[in-house]
Design a protein around this ligand. Structure first.
Ligand SMILES: *Cc1c(COP(=O)(O)O)cnc(C)c1O
Length: 366
């Protein structure tokens, strides 16, 4: 039994008719850029998330970039973020000329530790950019309180947290802006690149719209230097179909995660938390173990995928190493050295989960 990290094929086959029909209709309509499906998806996503504006863009990386640009973050500014995330979080901060300031994580949630943020605030700090890593909301109450106290903007990296909520309020609605990715393997994924910026502020929404479309509000009138960063019509078709199923997809992921935790209980190889604050949508099921290499080898030998998200915290990446020479962020370094993620996707069967767990358990016994 080969088990991939995520099985996009089973999902496609379950919704194939609707997807294929929608794509063919879009091909007949030939309105490929900023067409009716993009507008409809933006409205449907805004309604689902509970936010006033949702603007489709070309990727999650662009969503972060345009959110930071729309917020006026620029050269000389500092943005506080997590060192334990995908590189795009920090890349986007650099794109606008600002400096990412990495604040260590809480090893129990893998998310930025709010208790450490205040000490990193300087007169140059303009924003805090928490990442809802692996689908678990970062501590929104604490981070929002800090942002209010210090007059900072919050911009959320929701690339892994579509549909995660805190007391019914979705991630992507707490900050001034939220940035989502629709990379195929994300919880809501399209069949190419795609992203979304959310905001309830009409001025910020307008700025993102202008930025994604060459700095233009009225065709061939350009007020600022913008970008070519639009969500395309075909991807919007796919996203509209999948958005209708997103609650069931999140439930499927949670079912798999809870079964993993139940079966792995007592082995020492379980996530450092169960559901914490808010509803975890398990983009990844990530555990901490001292036996990572042995477990991963056993899984590979059994035809089961596994992955290390992320092996190197950002302050240790070559691209940032010079700026962070001598800086130690012990919790991020520790989780990076012990974390590993098991296959998880909404359609994963109990049999598949049990098979993965059997292999993990025998590797731990060996
Ligand atoms: C995937 C991801 C991004 C980037 O999204 P793309 O759509 O691949 O550009 C940004 N941040 C995090 C945390 C991600 O996981």
């Amino acid at each position: 039994m080969n088990i991939p990290m995520v099985d996009l094929k089973v999902q496609y086959h379950a919704i194939k008719e609707e997807i294929d029909r929608g794509i063919l209709e879009a091909l007949e309509k030939t309105q490929f850029i900023l067409g009716p499906n993009v507008t409809a998806f933006e409205e449907e996503a805004a309604a689902f998330l509970g936010v006033k504006h949702a603007i489709g863009v070309a990727s999650g990386t662009d969503a972060l970039h345009l959110a930071l640009a729309a917020a006026g973050i620029t050269e000389g500014d500092e943005v506080i973020t997590s060192p334990f995330t995908f590189i795009a979080t920090a890349e986007a901060i650099r794109y606008v000329g600002a400096t990412p300031v990495f604040v260590d994580v809480d090893p129990k949630s893998f998310n930025i530790d709010p208790a450490r943020i205040e000490a990193a605030i300087t007169p140059r700090t303009k924003a805090v950019l928490p990442v809802h890593l692996f689908g678990q909301p970062a501590d929104m109450d604490a981070i929002q309180a800090l942002c209010t106290k210090h007059g900072l903007l919050m911009i959320e990296d929701c690339a892994q947290s579509f549909g995660a909520d805190v007391n019914g309020r979705m991630t992507g609605t707490f900050g001034a802006l939220g940035a989502f990715s629709f990379f195929p393997s994300k919880n809501l994924g399209c069949y190419g690149d795609g992203g979304l910026v959310t905001t309830s502020c009409p001025e910020l929404a307008e700025r993102v719209k202008v930025l994604r479309n060459h700095g233009s509000k009225v065709r061939y009138h350009h007020s600022v230097i913008g970008y070519n960063s639009r969500l395309d019509e075909i991807q919007a078709v796919i996203l509209r179909v999948k958005l209708k199923h997103i609650r069931e997809y999140s439930e499927g992921r949670r079912r798999v995660a809870h079964l993993y935790s139940e079966l792995l209980a007592g082995t020492g190889a379980t996530p450092p938390f169960e559901d914490g604050k808010g509803t975890h949508v398990y983009h990844q099921y990530t555990l901490l173990t001292d036996r990572r290499d042995a477990i991963m080898k056993a899984l590979t030998d059994a035809g089961i995928a596994s992955a290390v998200y992320y092996p190197i915290p950002l302050h240790k990446q070559d691209v940032f190493a010079a700026d962070y020479a001598g800086v130690s962020l012990p919790a991020a370094e520790e989780v990076a050295s012990r974390c590993m993620s098991l296959p998880i996707f909404p359609e994963m069967t109990e049999e598949q989960v049990r098979r993965v767990v059997d292999v993990v358990k025998s590797a731990l016994k060996a």
